[in-house]
Design a protein around this ligand. Structure first.
Ligand code: XIL
Length: 360
């Protein structure tokens, strides 16, 4: 398949999606505030679902025990309502972007199980309860698994025990019985890690707790995971759990990824950055086409699995808004999304639109 470089007449992407498949995008505070009006206009034209990139995380809404700050979150939810969007909440229980006070004892040391459970319940009832009936689905627990599928040791699992996951889903359902509830994680294309997610969902279900879907974050590379691995993930999760699949944070990293990047110290990071920041000015045409083909193939798979798949959410609107300029190595220039930094649709946009228009 060849993809024209020039993008002409555009239909909103959301108008091309088959019934039952939502197309979403993560919004930043600048967009919700209207400071980044250009990308907000793209978001409202092309997407029918929004997820907050950071503004609903614990550190943002609940910075101190008795202090909540819902200003940005209120605007985010109002924006979704104004445009009739499916509003997703991200995220209730995670080990990152959660303030230290949550895990600390009132005196010295770490908070005990009862304290942590009561803080978790108070947080969930306040946040989910505030937007009851208005936020339609929640990432309840994020990234609870290690790469081998075992439960990750985090301040949550260590302080409460492994049942913290079930408690989080129980409290979320208590706070809004109508909201959809999701388990969210990355690298679920790895069979061992996927087993872990399947185990969590099946355990939730056997306890009679609500769980509606598994979110694979889908922070992927240009060649990894393979299409076969994505296809397996799309098939396996619904078949083995009975719940739907979703891609909740889709973006494609076009820069080389060296496994050494994750553990590297700052000086090593500087060296890796110099060696891997290979498109500092623009993405060459060949790589632009490769990115377009990658997105086309992913959407072909999504359409094939659409009866058991409910949403694709992109992790940012334009290339100006991407965490991949800072992760896993700070200070690189990346090109992961469908619109460029100036808000012009890229060949990858045309490719996704083409696949949605021409389902096989
Ligand atoms: C990222 C945001 O995009 C950044 O702005 C922030 O600095 C760090 O978090 N998995 C998740 C998301 O579930 O919440 C993360 O978002 C990306 C990885």
């Amino acid at each position: 398949m060849t993809i024209a470089g020039a993008v002409t007449a555009q239909s909103p992407l959301k108008s091309l999606a088959p019934p039952g498949l939502r197309l979403g995008v993560a919004l930043s505070v600048a967009q919700v505030d209207g400071r980044d009006a250009r990308s907000l206009a793209i978001a409202t034209e092309h997407f029918d679902s929004i997820t907050p990139e950071d503004l609903l995380k614990w550190e943002a809404v609940h910075p101190a025990t008795d202090r909540f700050d819902f200003a940005a979150a209120d605007r985010f939810v109002e924006l979704g309502e104004r445009h009739g969007m499916f509003v997703v909440g991200h995220v209730l229980v995670w080990h990152q972007q959660t303030p230290g006070w949550v895990f600390a004892a009132d005196g010295d040391g770490r908070a005990d199980r009862e304290t942590l459970l009561s803080r978790m319940r108070a947080h969930i009832l306040s946040v989910v309860g505030r937007y009851r009936g208005r936020i339609h689905g929640w990432d309840v627990v994020n990234e609870a698994l290690d790469e081998d599928g075992a439960l990750r040791r985090t301040p949550w699992s260590e302080g409460i025990g492994d049942d913290y996951i079930f408690k989080a889903f129980e409290f979320a359902h208590e706070a809004d019985p109508d909201a959809e509830l999701y388990y969210n994680d990355y690298n679920l294309w790895k069979p061992a890690k996927r087993e872990g997610a399947i185990r969590i969902v099946n355990e939730l279900r056997s306890r009679g707790l609500r769980v509606d879907a598994v979110g694979e974050q889908a922070h992927w590379g240009i060649a990894e995971p393979s299409l076969e691995q994505i296809d397996e993930t799309l098939g396996d999760i619904p078949a083995r759990t009975g719940v739907k699949g979703m891609f909740t944070e889709l973006d494609i990293d076009v820069l080389p990824r060296d496994p050494a990047m994750w553990g590297a110290d700052l000086s090593a990071k500087a060296t890796i950055r110099a060696a891997t920041n290979i498109y500092p000015d623009r993405l060459p045409d060949e790589q632009q086409q490769q990115l377009a083909r990658r997105y086309a193939s992913i959407f072909e798979l999504v359409l094939q699995h659409r009866s058991r798949f409910s949403r694709v959410t992109f992790w940012g609107v334009t290339d100006a808004q991407s965490w991949l300029h800072e992760f896993p190595i700070p200070g690189r220039v990346n090109y992961p999304l469908l619109w460029d930094r100036e808000g012009r649709p890229k060949p990858a946009f045309a490719a996704v639109a083409w696949v949605l228009r021409n389902p096989r």
